[in-house]
Ligand binder design. Structure first.
Ligand code: SAH
Length: 235
């Protein structure tokens, strides 16, 4: 059992102040960062790193994004309660929980099977229920569930996939980091079926969006991270 203690809550408040100073203004996004217990998404032996504004390894060569980056992407999405949102790159599920805290109905896709299984059972164990956690290739989106109000890609893409723009409603927003080593944060606003507006929002560094099936072996550390019986207690 892992506690969400006063200490964790205090550290989260400091994290909120840090990302506020870096320029995050949306009160609802800051509140979501203040609410989601990020330490539960990381291996228990690394708890002291949970509330630093840094990315962190989550196994399978992947990372939980830096809180500032999560907040920045979320702010760009302008989430409204009830928005139907597709996330490409489930990872630890932390970003999906931030979106759910904002009232989004979240559909999320993960390319790596072990992360998919781990997060699919972990999120309900701490009380978060996405509409769908899916195993598959995010480049393709989720045609049976389209259209979406918003789409968020949480890995660096070599280009903007047309398939994702196609799965947005007119007026919908796609936030996607694009580039090989360092990415430019792009915000695409779909105007109608044949037109969209593209904006640049600075540079970031993400793990790459995988183009091939890339399941890695489950390591002992991955197994230790996976703890389906985990429950949160507020202290
Ligand atoms: N949103 C995550 C962080 C994601 S790191 C979180 O909050 O923890 C990027 C994730 O994208 C990794 O889990 C990686 O396995 C996944 N990914 C990479 N290529 C993908 C693809 N083509 N389709 C779906 N997921 C992909």
């Amino acid at each position: 059992m892992i506690l969400d203690s006063y200490r964790h809550k205090g550290l989260r408040k400091q994290l909120v102040e840090t990302i506020k100073k870096k320029g995050i203004e949306d009160k609802n996004v800051l509140k979501a960062i203040d609410t989601v217990p990020r330490h539960l998404f990381m291996d228990s032996s690394f708890l002291e790193f949970a509330y630093e504004d840094k990315p962190f390894p989550i196994g399978s060569g992947q990372t939980i994004s830096q809180p500032y980056t999560v907040a920045f992407q979320t702010e760009l999405l302008e989430i409204k309660k009830g928005d139907k949102v597709l996330e490409v790159g489930t990872g630890s599920g932390y970003q999906a929980c931030i979106l759910m805290e904002l009232g989004a109905r979240v559909y999320t896709i993960e390319r790596q099977k072990n992360l998919y299984f781990k997060t699919k059972s972990f999120l309900p164990s701490i009380g978060y229920k996405p509409k769908l956690i899916s195993y598959g290739d995010g480049y393709k989106g989720l045609p049976p569930y389209a259209p979406f109000d918003k789409i968020l890609v949480t890995a660096g893409a070599p280009h903007i996939p047309d398939t994702l723009i196609d799965q947005l409603i007119p007026g919908g927003i796609l936030v996607i980091p694009v580039g090989p080593d360092i990415q430019i944060m792009k915000r695409i606003i779909k105007i109608d079926e044949s037109n969209y507006k593209e904006e640049d929002h600075g540079t970031f560094r993400f793990v790459p969006l995988l183009t091939k099936k890339a399941d890695s072996t489950v390591t002992l550390k991955d197994k230790l991270f996976f703890c389906p019986s985990l429950s949160v207690i507020s202290a």
